[in-house]
Design a protein around this ligand. Structure first.
Ligand SMILES: CC(C)(COP(=O)(O)OP(=O)(O)OC[C@H]1O[C@@H](n2cnc3c(N)ncnc32)[C@H](O)[C@@H]1OP(=O)(O)O)[C@@H](O)C(=O)NCCC(=O)NCCS
Length: 184
């Protein structure tokens, strides 16, 4: 889904641009996926599992931009990619079309500046425009920063998925399931 770029002021006074990706962003996005997967245990991939080539990533970016029911949104500060958030439909069947699934990750250098909040607020607006009634997410039970952000943005805890994730050290984590009604 295409959308207009938006500028927001960060807590440190800098300006952040929230915008759709273009094919020129493909290489920076692959680097970002690998780096953030190494910086935090809370994303679904390990760095060695990010195997896209730039041309595969370009194809994904094009598909996401042309899909009226999904959004990928980049956050850029001083011309540098700070992170990314987005949503995709929970499914194309009629029984699932009212829900979308949300995800977000920022480089560590850009945490606590207000980017996460701004991405969620703008993504919720676009999800409403796309016709969704509810935004869902799942988050590691020990990801206190993300859980605090989601609660601040109005997400409600609805349950748990037992042992949803198994880390390479053999330990398990539950997913906390959360949803945000978009019809209020
Ligand atoms: C989760 C994440 C997106 C938060 O983004 P952010 O831009 O740092 O969040 P914001 O600056 O908008 O913070 C909003 C609120 O969230 C809460 N919060 C954010 N980081 C926090 C932290 N480290 N500890 C406690 N609360 C935190 C606070 O309530 C904060 O409000 P405040 O700054 O006024 O106190 C970011 O930490 C991140 O990318 N983490 C790594 C990837 C990840 O975990 N993704 C989520 C997977 S489900």
């Amino acid at each position: 889904m295409d959308f207009s770029a938006k500028e927001i002021k960060l807590k440190d006074g800098r300006t952040c641009v929230l915008r759709p990706p273009t094919k020129e962003d493909a290489a920076a996005l692959i680097e970002y996926l690998k780096a953030t997967a190494g910086e935090t245990p809370y994303l679904v991939s390990y760095p060695d599992e990010i195997g896209f080539t730039a041309s595969e990533e370009e194809k994904i970016l094009k598909e996401r931009r042309e899909d009226p029911r999904s959004v990928m949104m980049l956050a850029e500060v001083d011309g540098r990619l700070a992170g990314n958030g987005g949503f995709v439909g929970a499914g194309s069947r009629r029984k699932l079309r009212h829900r979308c699934e949300f995800c977000i990750a920022l480089y560590r250098d850009f945490h606590r500046l207000g980017i996460g909040t701004a991405l969620i607020v703008y993504l919720m607006e676009l999800a409403r425009q796309a016709g969704y009634e509810q935004m869902d997410l799942n988050v590691h039970e020990d990801n206190a920063a993300a859980i605090a952000l989601y609660k601040k943005c109005g997400f409600i805890e609805s349950g748990r998925l037992h042992n949803a994730v198994k880390l390479d050290d053999g330990s398990y984590r539950d997913y906390i399931l959360m949803y945000k009604p978009l019809t209020e």
